[in-house]
Design a protein around this ligand. Structure first.
Ligand SMILES: Cc1cc2nc3c(=O)[nH]c(=O)nc-3n(C[C@H](O)[C@H](O)[C@H](O)COP(=O)(O)OP(=O)(O)OC[C@H]3O[C@@H](n4cnc5c(N)ncnc54)[C@H](O)[C@@H]3O)c2cc1C
Length: 467
C-alpha cells in the first residue's frame, strides 16, 4: 500500500494543477492521478489551442484590411500545416511546463485512471498498454477534478459523418466550404468566427432570442450585429429538429416550426457534460445533480474530506473558475478556511470584438430589488479604438445608486477580456464608482473608455455628448 497522502487529486487539468501546487505550497504530501494529458482539456484541446487559432484569424482579418493602414499586400494565405505546428508547439511546451512545475513542488504524478473505492482511498487503474500495476492510495483528502467530456447533442442525425465537436474543429486541417455552428457556449461563437475568417461560409444557429444567452442583452446584440455585418448568417430563435445527410454528402439542418433549413458541409454540434462516470462518486455517498457533483462555496461535497472542482461540478465552465476552485479546495483540505467568490468571476468570449462581463446585469440587479445607475460609452468615441480600426462595441458599468458600489460591468471592446480583470479587482476591493472614476488610465487606451463609462454613471463623462 502506498504512503498516506494529505491530498490526492483525480485529474491534472486546469483545476487539478492549481489544487496540487497550492496544497504543496501549504506543506502537503500531494499525489495527482492523470489519465491522458496534464493540463487537461484547457491546455490540450480547448482554451490554449483555440485562442491561438482565434489570434491567427484576427491576424488574417487584419491583413485583409491592411490597406486601411496604408499597407499594400496581397490576400493573405494560411499554411495550415505551419499553423498547427506552431499551435502544437505552444501546447506541448505549456503541458511540459505544467508537469515540471508539479514535479518541482514535490507532487507525485501517477498516470492512470483514478476512482474512489472508499471515502479515503483512491484506486488507480493502469491505462491500456501501460506496464504499471493497479494501486491504491490512502488519502486524508481527495479532490475530484476530472473536468467535462464531449457529448453529442440529443438530435436525430447527430451521429452523422460531418457532424463534429470542438476538439475536431480545433484540429481540422482542411477548412470546409460551408459550416453551420449550433451555438450555446462562447467558444461555439468563437469557432464560427474562426471558420469565417479562414474562408468558410458560416451560419450560426441559436435557439432563443439571444446569442450568448449568459451575457448582457445589449452586449449579445452588439456582437450579433458585428458578426452579421462581417457576413456570418445568424439564425435566431432556431431550434434544430434534426440533421439529414443529402445524396451529395452535405448535411441538411432542419429548423423546427419553420420552412428554414441550412445546407452545409460540416456542422459543429457539441456540448460538454461533467465527467463523473466510473469514479465511484455515488458509491461513497456523494450527492450529485445529474452528472455534476454538488459542492458548496468551500468546494466541499456532501462527504467530509472529498472536494470537487471545475467542470465536474455544476455552473459555468471556465478554466479560471476551475483554477480558483482548485486553490480554494486545496486550502480547505490543508486546514485553512477558503471560499469561492462567484460574484467576481469574469466571463468572456474571445470574439472580435471581445465580450467580457463580471457581476450583475441590469435585469439581475432589478430582480434583486437593488436601485442601480448605469453608465455607458460607445467604443467608437475612444481614440485608441479608432487607431485600431475596431470601433464596434460599448462599455457599460452598473453601480448601486445609494452607496456607489460597483455591481457589474459589461464590455464589448477590443481588449475587453483583459480590461474586465481590472473591474473584477475593483469589485474584490469593494471599490465604489468614485474610485473607478479616480483611476488614471493610460492615454490612449481602451481603459479610458472604462473610466468614461464610470463617469457616465454620474453624468460627468468627458467625451459623451453634454447632458
Ligand atoms: C472549445 C473550448 C474552448 C474553451 N475556451 C476556454 C477559454 O478560452 N477560457 C476558459 O476559461 N475556459 C475555456 N473553456 C472551458 C475550459 O476548457 C474548462 O472549463 C476547463 O478545462 C475545466 O478545467 P477542469 O480542471 O475542470 O478540467 P480539465 O482541464 O479538462 O481537466 C480534467 C483532467 O482530468 C483528467 N481525468 C478525467 N478523468 C480522469 C480519471 N478518472 N482519472 C484521472 N484523470 C482523469 C482528464 O484527462 C483531464 O486532464 C473552453 C472549453 C472548450 C470546449
Amino acid at each position: 500500500m502506498a504512503e498516506m497522502q494529505d491530498v490526492v487529486i483525480i485529474g491534472g487539468g486546469a483545476g487539478g494543477f492549481a489544487a496540487a501546487i497550492r496544497a504543496a505550497q501549504l506543506g502537503g504530501k500531494v499525489t495527482v492521478v492523470e489519465s491522458t494529458h496534464y493540463g487537461g482539456n484547457c491546455m490540450n484541446t480547448a482554451c490554449i489551442p483555440l485562442t491561438f487559432l482565434l489570434t491567427v484569424a484576427g491576424h488574417v482579418d487584419l491583413a485583409r484590411k491592411a490597406a486601411r493602414f496604408g499597407i499594400q499586400m496581397d490576400e493573405p494565405k494560411v499554411d495550415m500545416e505551419a499553423l498547427h505546428e506552431r499551435k502544437d508547439l505552444i501546447v506541448d511546451s505549456l503541458r511540459l511546463g505544467t508537469e515540471q512545475q508539479m514535479v518541482d513542488y514535490g507532487v507525485t504524478l501517477i498516470e492512470g485512471r483514478g476512482k474512489l473505492v472508499a471515502r479515503d482511498m483512491v484506486q488507480v487503474d493502469p491505462l491500456p498498454g501501460s506496464s504499471l500495476e493497479q494501486q491504491r492510495i490512502p488519502a486524508r483528502n481527495v479532490i475530484v477534478a476530472t473536468g467535462s467530456a464531449p457529448a453529442q447533442l440529443p438530435l436525430e442525425g447527430a451521429d452523422l459523418p460531418g457532424v463534429f465537436g470542438t476538439e475536431e474543429a480545433i484540429q481540422l486541417r482542411e477548412i470546409p466550404g460551408r459550416v453551420a455552428v449550433i451555438s450555446s457556449q462562447p467558444w461555439d461563437v468563437e469557432l464560427a468566427q474562426y471558420f469565417h475568417a479562414m474562408g468558410s461560409a458560416v451560419t450560426l444557429i441559436h435557439s432563443g432570442d439571444q446569442l450568448l444567452p449568459q451575457a448582457d442583452r445589449g452586449c449579445a446584440q452588439r456582437l450579433a450585429k458585428r458578426l452579421h455585418d462581417t457576413g456570418i448568417t445568424i439564425q435566431r430563435r432556431a431550434d434544430v429538429e434534426g440533421i439529414r445527410q443529402e445524396d451529395d454528402g452535405s448535411l441538411k439542418v432542419l429548423l423546427a416550426g419553420s420552412e428554414r433549413e441550412v445546407v452545409v458541409d460540416k456542422l459543429l454540434a457539441a456540448r460538454r457534460l461533467s465527467n463523473s462516470a466510473g469514479l465511484g462518486l455515488r458509491q461513497v455517498g456523494i450527492e450529485m445533480e445529474g452528472a455534476s457533483v454538488l459542492v458548496d462555496e468551500r468546494m466541499a461535497t456532501s462527504v467530509p474530506g472529498i472536494y470537487a472542482i471545475g467542470d465536474v461540478t455544476a455552473g459555468a465552465m471556465w478554466s479560471h473558475k476551475a483554477n480558483s476552485e482548485g486553490i480554494v479546495a486545496a486550502e480547505n483540505a490543508m486546514g485553512l478556511a477558503s471560499r469561492m467568490r462567484y460574484d467576481i468571476l469574469p466571463h468572456c468570449a474571445f470574439t472580435r470584438p471581445q465580450v467580457a462581463w463580471v457581476g450583475l446585469t441590469e435585469e439581475e440587479a432589478e430582480a434583486q430589488g437593488i436601485e442601480y445607475e448605469v453608465g455607458k460609452v460607445p467604443v467608437a468615441i475612444n481614440p485608441y479604438a479608432m487607431i485600431l480600426d475596431e470601433t464596434a462595441g460599448e462599455l457599460k458599468v452598473i453601480a448601486c445608486k445609494k452607496y456607489g458600489k460597483i455591481l457589474g460591468a459589461h464590455l464589448v471592446a477590443p481588449g475587453a477580456v483583459d480590461l474586465i480583470n481590472a473591474v473584477a479587482v475593483a469589485m474584490l476591493a469593494e471599490a465604489t464608482i468614485q474610485e473607478l472614476m479616480d483611476f488614471i488610465p493610460r492615454h490612449p487606451s481602451i481603459g479610458e473608455a472604462l473610466v468614461d463609462a464610470a463617469m457616465d454613471v454620474k453624468k460627468r463623462s468627458l467625451h459623451m455628448p453634454k447632458w
